[in-house]
Design a protein around this ligand. Sequence first.
Ligand SMILES: CC[C@H](C(=O)O)C(=O)SCCNC(=O)CCNC(=O)[C@H](O)C(C)(C)COP(=O)(O)OP(=O)(O)OC[C@H]1O[C@@H](n2cnc3c(N)ncnc32)[C@H](O)[C@@H]1OP(=O)(O)O
Ligand SMILES: [Co+2]
Length: 134
Amino acid sequence: MLGRLNHVAIAVPDLEAAARTYREKLGATVSDPLPQPAHGVTVVFVDVDNTRIELINPLGERSPIAAFLEKNPSGGIHHMCFEVDDILVARDQLKSVGLRVLGDGEPKIGAHDKPVLFLHPKDLNGTLVELQQA
Ligand SMILES: CC[C@H](C(=O)O)C(=O)SCCNC(=O)CCNC(=O)[C@H](O)C(C)(C)COP(=O)(O)OP(=O)(O)OC[C@H]1O[C@@H](n2cnc3c(N)ncnc32)[C@H](O)[C@@H]1OP(=O)(O)O
Ligand SMILES: [Co+2]
């Protein structure tokens, strides 16, 4: 079911500083900050050979990553995203084996303009997993 690793997201307390580190110290190509109000984050994309890093910072009052940063004030790996061929088939299959889908269970359009869903971290060894329609 799981296709390629589409991205790994890192929650950061200072988006500009994190982007500068990846650009200047790691020599990476990084995007400008891209507000994603529907997801309550601002994201900077860091392109690497075989996947992508997303540096994410809370946007707005009700960001889903605010509590994570309170618990991890210097930041940390927030989630990883796998591509799936059919996100609705994958969702129903994962629910049938007892994995919890977050929110109302309906895919939302993510930062890559594709439908995405999230699975509860407590069901996956403390790791928040995002699924994105390939
Ligand atoms: C622009 C879109 C972009 C893309 O397209 O790629 C994105 O990915 S946007 C990413 C931001 N959006 C989301 O993360 C949506 C899904 N996340 C959520 O719904 C929440 O973050 C949730 C429910 C996972 C956690 O919310 P919150 O921290 O407010 O709730 P709790 O404190 O009750 O947490 C429950 C339990 O889970 C642990 N936790 C929370 N976040 C993570 C995490 N990222 N990785 C691992 N574990 C996590 C938290 O510590 C609690 O554990 P406990 O032992 O009970 O304290
Ligand atoms: Co993501």
